[in-house]
Design a binder for this molecule. Structure first.
Ligand code: MRU
Length: 351
């Protein structure tokens, strides 16, 4: 079952509701693109590639919803729907990348509104299908770096749930496991939304990969005591110089890995590399509601005092100097990232 898929009979977008996993597995059907934008904001769907694909299918819904009778009006409707979808979450560049890709194809296609509607859906489907294929290519490159016996710290959820299927950093771990390598994963619980403790642990259980959940602040201990051979995470956006925006806590993890000489890799499709953003400084960081931090309960009682306030940046920037490499579908990119990342991205465009 894909995280994001299109129901061709009902003409709806189907998504796994990630807010309630692992307790319940439920699917939601969407027929209005505005609800898809809200679902991205509310994190029904999350993970950079998955929200890119969700937004792409969101545009297919917008095309169906539009009453436009000319191609010109339909293009205008799609442009405004794309603006709404793009605003749903600011950090992951895949969202904009997928929307721009569809608008470009629509801009270049002549035809009736119905022909354009079909083009939008076909391109969204292509984005989804390519995502799975790209993840598996990335996973094969990454798995070459993994040795049997490795203990790996993994941050957030970068698995099938964060993509259309298979995964990025978790996809590397999954591939190495399928190749017969013995791996143990230390799963950062990933406060405050607990994507690690809830989603990554759930996926690892299904794949039969041994793991332990650790609190995020235990990572330094495991690294310092020599119990970890690799650190793997994904990214929501990689700047042209290799700085990486990823789930909050990635920076501290990469710092501790660097200080202890443990290789740290970010695993990303080239659609996550934003050559128009020179460095991490220019990447917008989403700040989410304080409730996500404060809503910690024990036996039904809130742990923080009444009236407590909180800050909740959802992502941070890891400077490229802390990374050993960036694993893409076009191979593993090593420093100098400013040159080599560009080559990896352009190789994709000319392929
Ligand atoms: O807030 P989320 O859960 O959408 O954050 C997801 C991450 O930070 C992932 O590491 C990133 O999107 C890469 S996943 C393939």
């Amino acid at each position: 079952m894909r995280t994001v898929s299109w129901d061709y009979d009902k003409q709806t977008l189907i998504m796994i509701d990630q807010r309630i996993l692992p307790g319940r597995f439920e699917l939601i059907h969407y027929s209005d693109y505005r609800d898809v934008a809200q679902a991205i904001t509310d994190m029904v769907v999350r993970g950079a590639p998955a929200i890119g694909a969700a937004a792409a299918f969101g545009l297919a819904l917008a095309a169906n919803q539009s009453r436009a009778e000319t191609a010109k009006t339909l293009r205008a409707d799609l442009k405004s729907a794309a603006e709404e979808l793009a605003a749903a979450r600011p950090t992951a560049v895949n969202l904009n990348w997928a929307l721009r890709r569809i608008l470009k194809v629509v801009g270049e296609t002549e035809g009736s509104p119905d022909e354009l509607r079909a083009v939008v859906l076909a391109e969204a489907q292509r984005i989804a299908d390519e995502d799975v294929e790209i993840n598996q290519r990335m996973a094969r490159h990454g798995a070459e770096l993994i040795n049997s016996g490795d203990v790996i710290i993994h941050h957030c959820n970068t698995g099938a749930l964060a993509t259309v299927d298979w995964g990025t950093a978790l996809g590397v771990i999954r591939m190495a496991h399928e190749q017969g390598k013995h791996i143990h994963v230390l799963v950062d619980e990933t406060r405050p939304r607990l994507q690690g403790a809830r989603l990554t642990a759930w996926e690892l259980s299904q794949y039969g990969i041994p793991y332990d959940i650790i609190s995020d602040n235990a990572a330094g201990y495991f690294l310092r005591t020599g119990q970890v051979q690799k650190v793997l995470f994904g990214a929501d956006r990689v700047a042209a110089n290799g700085d990486v925006a990823n789930k909050i806590g990635t920076y501290m993890l990469a710092l501790a890995a660097f200080d202890n000489g443990v290789p740290a890799y970010s695993v990303v499709p080239t659609s996550t590399v934003d050559l128009d953003t020179p460095t991490g400084e220019q990447i917008p960081i989403e700040e989410r509601p304080a409730d996500e931090v404060l809503d910690l309960q024990r036996q039904g009682e809130l742990l923080s005092p009444a009236g407590a306030t909180a800050r909740n940046p959802a992502f941070d920037i890891t400077p490229h100097r802390l990374l050993t490499g960036i694993i893409t579908e076009n191979g593993v990119v090593y420093p100098p990232f400013i040159e080599n990342l560009r080559k990896a991205v352009l190789a994709e465009q000319t392929a």
